[in-house]
Design a protein around this ligand. Sequence first.
Ligand code: 5RP
Length: 221
Amino acid sequence: MNLKQMVGEKAAEYIKEGMVVGLGTGSTAYYMVEALGRRVNEGLNIIGVTTSTRTKEQAEGLGIPLKSVDEVDVIDITIDGADEISRDFQGIKGGGGALLFEKIVADYSKKVIWIVDESKMVDELGAFPLPIEVMPYGSLQLFKIFEAKGYQPEFRLDEAGEKYVTDGGHLLIDLNMKEIKEPHALATWLDGLTGVVEHGLFLDRVNTVIVGYENGPVVKE
Ligand code: 5RP
């Protein structure tokens, strides 16, 4: 079993009868959704709240009942992947392009679990490019601001080589910062830029991290 599958299946064990569950996006969350789909087909009653079109299509295919984030009072647990997690549990997400909906769903969740293979655990954030979701209008101005800061921005492209458009209809600019010494200060600065819809710094947002190692999953709280 690969490490992503291991942690995906482990995380699905946290889901109990009657829960409203936030369903993350990405190749690790995929396995969690598959495991939940099997349990639903065995009789588990849950409601899923998806974080992307991709996950919605997968969950629908498995017969998991779904509601939108606006149709539920609260989400009991959200399980999602991550691109990098520092020692103090701060994260970068959005490599899969779904950071805006992922952050919204996480914010309305009582508990957030991240599932990652060991390669995602880092001493310091920033080796993974930080995704910034931006309004198309004015995006080149933002690009120039990031460039002037030395953040080596790149517009995310799709398979056809066109600018990638998110589920929310926005563009993504990836910042190649190499290291992020002060994530909270950076997040505050990004939050203040007009035209930035959201960014991939997920700070102080996770309760539990399940890390996949060769000899088994480790739950960190
Ligand atoms: C999508 C995400 C993913 O959770 C993140 O990119 C991790 O993906 P994977 O499990 O495929 O490595 O944030 O927007």
